[in-house]
Design a protein around this ligand. Structure first.
Ligand code: NDP
Length: 426
């Protein structure tokens, strides 16, 4: 029927930098999303965002709620009262499992942007499993997919979808891989994922997304996958310099990153998968210093009668990533270089997106890191909600037809380029 819109109701948990972009993008995509509830620990932020969107004008019916997403029963009660078609988790990776449990209990689809990681890495029950996994798999990052992949049968039996890691990296980088495999290669041999942030916020030190998650990731050992096995490096041990289109020459360092694990499982014939991220010298010097004095520790200490976690205290001192928007200038360039074979011939391509911090700020009031994560969070959610990517089980973004996702990247502000003659990383 002309003019008819299929009704859909989305519950978004979290209202930080990424959530604010994802929610505003859902409101742009009002042919898919008709009603949306913003629920987070601090409801005030949800109300502020709702007011901002409503005063700019929207067709989406918004509401807000307070929820503690560490408490499954609270989430279940909220889902039962709001009755969403899907839950988008853009809180923190610590909440992934409680939100998945709640979705399972209520038989509602689940979407997130980062894989599970425990808040308390000293918890002996978690530590025992973690140490066995380090030995078994050969990488020591605190996060891995095993916790969420363990829900596969339960989601399948419940007939619901879990879409994991639909940010930029992971998320779009895995869609780029599926797209390269579908349209450009008979066989992909190597994948280099390059994440360059050429933005400058003018602070001596700040992180572009949640400081606790960001600093944990960056101060950990690096690793890459070669012939199906993990090779681990010391933090920042492998450095390369790359001249990024529209950004210029930057130092980049090899990091462990979660999509390597999923791509290694789902593309077992790829011989090597690496991930590099750019960092300036000042960022690295600050981080080393903070690490040396113990400020990156996740273990609680007693300070004047209060228990504090050093990295959480540091987070309270650093600028809120959501506040960097107005001051950040420059561009990001995130993409993947693939090598392999097509019709018996060698081929290499580079698929990337360039995103301008100031353009993002003009459009949505946020910087490009939140923007490049929030847009794909909306796209993945839309494809689950509209049925294109809905199937029972637990999936990463490389496991579906990439074409509708790639089209939506162009439509919703993250256009991509395919360079068929890129400079390779040695
Ligand atoms: P922020 O810290 O800005 O926002 C987190 C939000 O979650 C806040 O609104 C916070 O509430 C809320 N929250 C935290 N704990 C709870 C809880 N127990 N119950 C309810 N709400 C809670 O983080 P970002 O927006 O920067 O990051 C969001 C997610 O995106 C993270 O998981 C991050 O790892 C992921 N990410 C993924 C990327 C990718 O490319 N795949 C890139 C960047 C980020 P409050 O306001 O009270 O603090």
């Amino acid at each position: 029927m002309k003019g008819y819109r299929q009704m859909s109701r989305l519950l978004v948990i979290g209202c930080g930098g990424v959530a604010q972009v994802a929610i505003q993008k859902c409101c742009q995509n009002d042919k898919t999303f008709t009603e949306l509830m913003i629920a987070s620990r601090t409801e005030e932020k949800c109300i502020q965002l709702k007011n901002k969107i409503e005063s700019a004008g929207t067709n989406v019916k918004l509401s807000t709620a307070k929820v503690n997403a560490d408490n499954k029963d609270e989430i279940v009660a909220l889902i039962n009262s709001y009755k969403p078609d899907a839950v988008l988790n853009v809180a923190l990776p610590y909440q992934d499992l409680t939100i998945m449990d709640a979705c399972l209990e209520c038989k509602v689809d689940y979407i997130d942007t980062a894989n599970y990681e425990p808040e308390d890495t000293d918890d002996p029950k978690w530590r025992e499993i973690y140490e066995a996994r380090c030995k078994d798999k050969g990488f020591t990052a605190y996060f891995d997919y095993s916790w969420q992949w363990a829900y596969e049968e339960k989601f399948k039996n419940a007939g619901i979808t879990a879409l994991l890691g639909t940010g930029f990296d992971p998320g779009v980088t895995s869609v780029f891989t599926a797209y390269a495999a579908k349209h450009y290669f008979d066989e992909i041999e190597t994948i280099d994922i390059l994440d360059c942030n050429g933005g400058d916020h003018g602070y001596p030190f700040a992180t572009n997304f949640n400081p606790e998650i960001n600093l944990r990731e960056v101060s950990a050992n690096g690793s890459y996958m070669e012939n199906g096995k993990w090779v681990e490096t010391k933090p920042m041990e492998i450095k390369r310099v790359y001249n990024f289109p529209e950004v210029g020459e930057k130092d980049m360092y090899l990091l462990h990153h979660e999509e390597i694990e999923a791509l290694g499982r789902n593309f077992p014939n790829v011989k090597r998968i690496r991930f590099f991220m750019t960092f300036g010298q000042s960022y690295l010097t600050h981080m080393k210093c903070l690490e040396n004095v113990g400020m990156l520790s996740t273990s609680p200490i007693n300070f004047e009668g209060h228990e504090i976690v050093p990295i959480q205290f540091l987070k309270a001192l650093l600028p809120d990533p959501a506040s960097l928007g107005p001051r950040t200038v420059g561009k990001t360039n995130i993409g993947c270089i693939f090598t392999g074979k097509k019709d018996g011939k060698d081929r290499c391509i580079y698929i990337y997106n360039v995103c301008d911090h100031q353009e993002c700020y003009k459009e949505l009031g946020s910087q490009a890191i939140s923007y490049t994560t929030g847009v794909p969070a909306m796209i993945g959610t839309a494809l689950v909600v509209n049925g294109a990517w809905k199937k029972p089980g637990v999936f990463t973004t490389d496991e579906f037809d990439p074409d509708p996702y790639m089209e939506m990247l162009n439509e919703y502000g993250l256009p991509w380029v395919v360079d068929e003659n890129p400079v390779l990383v040695d």
